[in-house]
Design a protein around this ligand. Structure first.
Ligand code: FAD
Ligand code: NAD
Length: 475
């Protein structure tokens, strides 16, 4: 007799594993199938985020940031050290151990919530049946009342620079380098390019970033992008804008990267080249021809606002569907899908998804940029407050950047919050809550913020929107 479940989830990344746990919490029988295999040959739950994305990148960002601060800031604090060195093997061991603890934690959560974590490949057949090919054992067909597809994404490969895993590499390989490359090239000044470029630059690599767009961080608010570009260049990242790679060839001396910019054809030599030009939805081997699921022209599984596919009872969530490719968006879609299956009302507020880039300074925003508000035609006001005037930032020796709040002129509703500076990724949560509750700048102005704290910069930016900043001269 074939197995049957109320819910079968394919994919155990932040979309799938969260959906599986939430569905089990509703009292349903749940299986979650995942085939992820790490470079050590071991299978692990957690998908891209835990194994090759969010978590390992943040582990390395922290290590490299500490190294950089020890080299450049300790003296100012009066701390003397001997020669500072970096043991890449030890740094990578820490990264791998964090990943292992967290991915192992999912296996534990599955057990505690009575989710059957099945290791192997899942394929959606017609009639909500799922073909499961285990890593060990025979293929079986599982009956499901509901299926949630959460197969994630994969790096985009460029025809002019195919990955070879050694010299021309994707973000996963770049997280597992065992030595600091002397010269590192990065194609794409997006989130991955900046985060991973920062890691290796702080550890001593000469980093050149080649970006096709003329505007730096085109999706961010212009004021924030300006501060960030200046800081990254000061840190030694050589960011070339309006530059399009034409070829990358591996030779004896490394990789020769040809590109074109406003001045014509250019060329650089690097030891490693990271290609980080975006990710594509991953649905290879996921759908039987007669599964009934439709993909759009870019390969995303077509879903409605509630993540329902064209097939009744089949949902799709996370990176394999439209919207930003972010772990927290993926997880919230997982919660929504499980709640809807359980018969509850649920929704994701796609207008209020925070973005964070974990560089130094960090960059974070939620809601609309000033250009977007301007384009909407709604009269608005802005308030900014620099971290240079914030006591906690001074104590931290991290004074670069600011908080900028954009609010409606008529009813004071906060429309967007943009932060570049220390702990921006933590500070943005207050702004997310504010937007979720349709708060006004007055709400933030009248909220008590602890002193001294970085969050006071958010408070002061809200005051500045009405020219009432107290610790800065209002302009
Ligand atoms: P994934 O995490 O990709 O998981 C999909 C899972 O499904 C995988 O385990 C895959 O093996 C499995 N799978 C696919 N098909 C099948 C099948 N047919 N059968 C069985 N299993 C299958 N986002 C953030 O929000 N914050 C960050 O700081 C951040 N940092 C990142 C850093 C890097 C370097 C990268 C690459 C990404 C980063 N992201 C970050 C993006 C984040 O990782 C993704 O948005 C998130 O992982 C998407 O979750 P998901 O569950 O949809 O897909
Ligand atoms: P991205 O979309 O953030 O950036 C890709 C960049 O490459 C863009 O700036 C684009 O203009 C540029 N580009 C594209 N083609 C090019 C070419 N031929 N030559 C030069 N430049 C080119 O993509 P990414 O950095 O690869 O990240 C992929 C996804 O992973 C993103 O959607 C992001 O949301 C997610 N991610 C998030 C985080 C985070 O939340 N902190 C961290 C890493 C990754």
């Amino acid at each position: 007799m074939s197995k049957s479940y109320d819910v079968v989830v394919i994919g155990a990344g932040p979309a799938g594993y969260i959906a599986a746990i939430r569905a089990a919490q509703h009292g349903m029988t749940v299986a979650c199938i995942d085939e992820w295999k790490n470079f050590d040959g071991k299978n692990a739950f957690g998908g891209t985020c835990l194994n090759a994305g969010c978590i390992p990148s943040k582990a390395l960002l922290e290590s490299s940031e500490l190294y950089h601060r020890a080299e450049h800031e300790f003296k100012k604090h009066g701390i003397t050290t001997g020669d500072i060195g970096i043991d890449v093997a030890a740094m990578q061991k820490r990264r791998a151990s964090i990943v292992r603890q967290l991915t192992g934690g999912i296996a534990g959560l599955f057990k505690a919530n009575k989710v059957d974590g099945l290791v192997g490949h899942g394929k959606l057949l017609a009639g909500k049946k799922v073909e499961f090919t285990p890593v060990d054992g025979d293929v079986e067909t599982i009956d499901a009342t509901h299926v949630i597809l959460a197969s994630g994404s994969a790096p985009i490969e460029l025809g002019v620079a195919p990955f070879d895993g050694e010299n021309i590499i994707d973000s996963w390989n770049a997280l597992e380098l065992d030595a600091v490359p002397q010269r590192l090239g990065v194609i794409g000044a997006g989130v991955i390019g900046l985060e991973l470029g920062s890691v290796w630059a702080r550890l001593g690599a000469e980093v050149t970033v080649i970006e096709a767009m003329d505007d730096f961080l085109f999706m961010a608010d212009r004021d924030v992008a300006r501060v960030a570009a200046k800081d990254f260049r000061k840190q030694g990242l050589d960011i070339k804008l309006g530059a399009r790679m034409t070829s990358a060839k591996v030779g004896k001396k490394g990789v020769t990267v040809d590109y074109e910019d406003k001045s014509g054809a250019q060329s650089i030599e690097v030891d490693k080249l990271i290609v980080a030009v975006g990710r594509r939805p991953f649905t290879d081997g996921l759908l039987a021809e007669d599964s009934g699921i439709a993909l759009d022209e870019r390969g995303f599984i077509i879903v409605d606002d509630e993540c329902r596919t064209r097939v009744k009872g089949v949902y799709a969530i996370g990176d394999c569907v439209r919207g930003p490719m972010l772990a927290h968006k993926a997880s919230e879609e997982g919660v929504m899908a499980a709640d809807l299956i359980a018969g509850e009302l649920a929704e994701v507020n796609y207008n209020v998804i925070p973005s964070v880039i974990y560089t130094a300074p960090e960059i974070a925003w939620v809601g609309k940029t000033e250009a977007e508000v301007q384009a909407s035609g709604r009269p608005y006001k802005t308030g900014s407050f620099p971290f240079a005037a914030n006591g906690r930032a001074k104590a931290l020796e991290q004074v670069s950047g600011m908080v900028k709040i954009i609010a409606a002129e008529d009813d004071d509703e906060i429309l967007g919050v943009h932060i570049v500076g220390p702990m921006a990724g933590e500070l943005i949560s207050e702004a997310v809550l504010a937007l979720e509750f349709s708060a006004s700048t007055e709400d933030l102005q009248r909220t008590i913020h602890a002193h001294p704290s970085l969050a006071e910069a958010v408070h002061e930016a809200a005051l500045a929107a009405d020219r009432r900043a107290l610790n800065y001269i209002n302009k």
